[in-house]
Design a protein around this ligand. Structure first.
Ligand code: PRX
Length: 705
């Protein structure tokens, strides 16, 4: 039996199910798809006749030149909407303005700080206003020499200008690479070098829980490091990388250091910019953006998405999964959305969820998108619910880790607010435990709103497995069934479908927003995603490429055809719904002078779902003599990891040990460490290959006090 499968055991025995409510029960005008038969017919057609299906369902989207063929696939390379010319920005903005919807609200933004009047700052943009700002920034980028295909790095807080910067890139065919504002300057260096990016767009700082995150300072540190290594010559990892321009938006007004040779204030450039910028007619297969994500090796990979397929899939999933129905033209301020829908995704644009469901898919579907700058518990734990009430949010999309935090904070924060505007709830990022699911349904969804549990990845661009709110029964903990165009199955390593029990999740056909590659690393693209399933001996013949896509997750499928995700089967962990490679954290730890070797594994965590446990062996004279010394070293290592990667990678538990459990061939036995980290006293696993049994006993004793 393949090793992964033995590790995948389904422990859930969840039998509750909830039928979809009538639309009126949740205040929806109607369900766009309202029967299992309609879903099935569309689903079957999407696989059997992609040309016909996609032509019909994307009739709203604009193509400068219509595509001729939906898909062409020779593993691992997929092309979609061949021959088509289009533009993401055009479909998110210009199209609505041209259809006389320019005065409708496109984006509602709420800042984190509470102003002296007791209210937060709220800014709305209509499609016309957003288009004007986007055109101006597109002209700014052009002035800085940015051309089609160039990579623009964006490292900003959650401000409207972040969306504007992304859309401006999309407009001119530049490739954006958004870096999450929680990442460190070292993460910026790595990504800028990998993408060969010469322009960075940032902010002076970002508001987070009442504090300022010094974004510009982090960018400066990154640029300084790049410059310092510029003269390092051949062999330097940094390849003489040059940052030509840093554009910074003043948001938090914290003190920054200004560098005359490269720094430009956003507003100074914008006042001089023309208000119109033509839209680049892009090929469907031109690059739209890259987004770095962790893998099972130390270096994050730049996932490539292209224009046409990404646009179609994010548009379709936004529309059908969240039941988005564009309203009548809504008068603008002061009450911009009297009866229309307002969609709120609480993710950061630094992750794929924010790309697809704050910006592109939602704007393309012509329902206003709410963007929030800060933390869920600022100034108090009811911030999100106050916002739902204030803005009359109709669709709410968040992560299980947030839901668990809300549960812990208590329902009294929820009960203070009127959440009756909510129609559909969504979750994403990690498996949701049924208890959190039920709490979400009861306390946020008033016991009636359907929950869509959407399984997908940075690599998939948009939802892959989900229920549809007006169609499917929901089951706590299951992410449901495949979306249109998605051929998902549970397979063994030969690619045979497994009917009962756990196995590997496989996607057997390309879908429109499938990743097109890993930026600059073809081998990694192939080896990570296309060498798992030996379908008909594909791996042993010819180019050794599998016809099935391997997402890296284990899953099982119940007799109703519902998928249940069991978690990652590689060395990637999902911390608070954010993917982290254990190797990345290990590399950060061993780059500290005290650490010789480190092994990092996931461990159960009440809020984060999975926490980070680190086992470190130390330099001979570095083992602290007492508990206080250990605490000091733990604090130093934690800070070091935050500096190397970002705060999200901080270990929750660090244990010091004189040896790690290894096989005779020297491989660290991570599965044993997982048990140790989880506090399992009686290790039941097979330890016959363990080299030194006493190591395990000593590890158990090494728990921090
Ligand atoms: O393990 C799955 C988990 O998150 C991984 C993808 O992480 P990332 O690329 O950062 O994207 C997260 C947002 C789309 C997947 O391989 N995952 C994502 N959604 C779910 C999930 N696990 C269970 N249920 C989900 N709904």
């Amino acid at each position: 039996m393949p090793t992964e499968q033995s590790a995948i055991e389904s422990v859930l025995n969840e039998t509750r199910r909830f039928p979809p409510p009538a639309p009126g029960e949740v205040g929806a005008a109607r369900w766009l798809i309202d029967s299992a038969d309609a879903y099935r017919a569309m689903y079957e057609r999407s696989l059997a006749d992609p040309d016909g299906f996609f032509e019909e369902v994307t009739a709203d989207l604009h193509w400068f030149r219509p595509w001729e063929r939906a898909v062409e696939f020779k593993a691992p390379d997929a092309k979609w909407f061949l021959g088509g010319k289009t533009n993401l920005c055009y479909n998110c903005l210009d199209r609505h303005v041209e259809n006389d919807r320019g005065n409708e609200v496109a984006l509602v933004w709420e800042g984190e700080p509470i102003q002296p009047n007791g209210q937060p700052e709220i800014v709305t943009y209509t499609y016309r206003e957003l288009l004007r700002e986007v055109c101006k920034f597109a002209n700014v980028l052009k002035k800085l020499g940015v051309r089609k295909g160039d990579v623009v790095t964006i490292y900003m807080g959650m401000v409207p200008e972040l969306a504007i910067a992304c859309l401006a890139c999309a407009r001119i065919g530049a490739v954006h690479s958004v870096i999450f504002g929680g990442f460190s300057s070292q993460a910026i260096v790595d990504r800028v070098v990998d993408a060969d990016s010469r322009v960075i767009v940032t902010c002076d700082g970002a508001w987070r829980r009442g504090h300022v995150v010094p974004l510009k300072e982090n960018v400066d540190a990154a640029v300084n490091e790049l410059q310092a290594s510029g003269g390092a010559g051949a062999g330097s990892l940094l390849r003489d990388q040059q940052i030509d321009y840093v554009v910074y938006l003043k948001r938090t007004r914290n003190q920054i250091v200004w560098h005359a040779d490269r720094d430009y204030a956003w507003r100074d450039l914008m006042v001089m910019a023309d208000e119109w910028c033509p839209c680049e007619e892009l090929d469907s297969e031109d690059d739209a953006f890259i987004l770095y994500t962790s893998g099972s090796t130390g270096k994050p990979k730049g996932i490539r998405h292209t224009v046409g397929g990404y646009m179609v899939h994010t548009y379709l999933t936004s529309k059908y999964v969240f039941n988005l129905i564009p309203g009548l033209a809504t008068p603008k301020r002061p009450d911009p959305l009297p009866d229309g829908q307002l969609f709120w995704c609480t993710a950061d644009v630094g992750w794929i969820t924010g790309h697809s469901y704050i910006i592109y898919g939602i704007l393309a579907a012509r329902v206003p998108s709410l963007m929030y700058e800060g933390a869920p518990n600022f100034p108090a734990e009811d911030r999100f619910w106050a916002m739902v009430e204030r803005h009359k949010v109709t669709q709410f999309y968040t992560a299980p880790t947030a839901i668990r935090a809300f549960m812990k904070w208590g329902q009294e924060h929820v009960e203070k607010h009127d959440l009756s505007s909510l129609q559909v709830l969504g979750t994403v990022g990690e498996p949701i435990n049924p208890e959190a699911w039920m709490w979400y349904r009861e306390f946020i969804g008033r016991g009636v709103c359907p929950i869509v549990d959407t399984w997908w990845q940075t690599e998939t661009g948009g939802h892959m497995l989900t229920t549809l709110p007006g169609v499917h029964d929901t089951k706590p903990g299951s992410c449901g069934v495949p979306f249109f165009g998605v051929d998902a199955a549970i397979c063994d390593e030969q690619g045979n479908e497994i009917s009962g029990g756990g196995g590997l999740l496989a996607i057997r056909k390309p879908w429109p927003s499938i990743l097109r590659g890993v930026w600059g690393d073809r081998d990694r693209f192939v080896s990570t995603y296309w060498t798992k399933f030996n379908v008909d001996g594909a791996l042993d013949n010819g180019d050794g490429v599998s016809p099935y896509y391997f997402p890296g997750d284990g899953a099982h499928r119940d007799p109703d055809g519902y998928f249940w995700i069991l978690g990652r089967v590689d060395d990637v962990i999902n911390v608070s719904g954010h993917r982290l490679g254990t190797m990345e954290v290990e590399s950060a730890l061993v780059s500290h002078p005290s650490v010789v070797e480190a092994a990092v594994v996931g461990m159960p965590h009440e809020i984060k779902g999975t926490g980070i446990a680190a086992f470190c062996t130390l330099e001979p004279n570095e083992m602290p003599k007492d508990a206080a010394g250990m605490d000091r070293l733990r604090a130093a290592l934690t800070a070091h990891v935050a500096e190397q990667i970002g705060a999200i990678a901080k270990p929750d538990q660090i244990r010091f040990t004189d040896a790690l459990p290894k096989t005779r061939s020297g491989k660290i036995m991570r599965r044993l460490l997982r048990d140790v980290a989880a506090g399992v006293q009686q290790i039941k696993q097979d330890t016959t290959t363990l080299e030194d049994f006493t190591v395990l006993a000593r590890l158990h004793e090494s728990k921090e006090s």
